[in-house]
Design a protein. Structure first.
Length: 167
């Protein structure tokens, strides 16, 4: 069983922040990779902070975990994504400062993977293997997987929750 705290970060803002982060580093991102990054952010935030950062559900599509509403509404026709807001002051993370370090680390680590590599990686992990194509991935599958694994090899310490971050 998992604990769902009252954290419901706006998934559209988080997606836009990821695209901004990529642009800031002069890197391109497509929506396939964006959805995998969101999946990894969700898992790592729960693993280290025991909170559900956003409430949207992931679905097991042929190319791995996807948030349907985001897929169909944001960046629907763009091959490479462009951000809509400037996040230099990071006010959006005011109530989520502990999450920002994890979010940034996951994004930075995702630079090491091509879109194809991260799609294949996510498809071969327990939550997707346990779920039929087009079905909702149970949150417990994601949470249990991340409790046991460090799929991106972020190597955070056990006492992560106490660490302070400079923003």
């Amino acid at each position: 069983m998992y604990r769902k705290d009252n954290c419901s970060f706006n998934i559209y803002i988080l997606a836009d922040y990821i695209v901004y982060f990529y642009s800031k580093e002069n890197k391109k991102i497509d929506k396939f990779k964006l959805h995998k990054i969101l999946y990894y952010i969700y898992g790592y935030i729960y693993k280290y902070l025991n909170i559900e950062l956003f409430s949207e559900e992931f679905y097991n599509w042929p190319y791995g975990p996807v948030i349907k509403d985001l897929w169909y509404t944001k960046y629907e026709f763009d091959k490479y994504l462009k951000y809509e807001n400037d996040y230099t002051n990071l006010d959006i993370f005011n109530n989520y400062k502990n999450c920002l370090g994890i979010v940034n680390k996951v994004i930075e680590r995702s630079f090491d993977f091509t879109t194809e590599e991260i799609v294949i990686k996510s498809k071969m992990e327990y939550p997707c293997l346990k779920t039929l194509i087009d079905d909702e991935i149970k949150k417990t599958y994601i949470i249990d997987f991340f409790k046991e694994k460090d799929p991106l090899n972020l190597n955070f310490k056990k006492n992560y929750k106490q660490k302070k971050y400079k923003i």
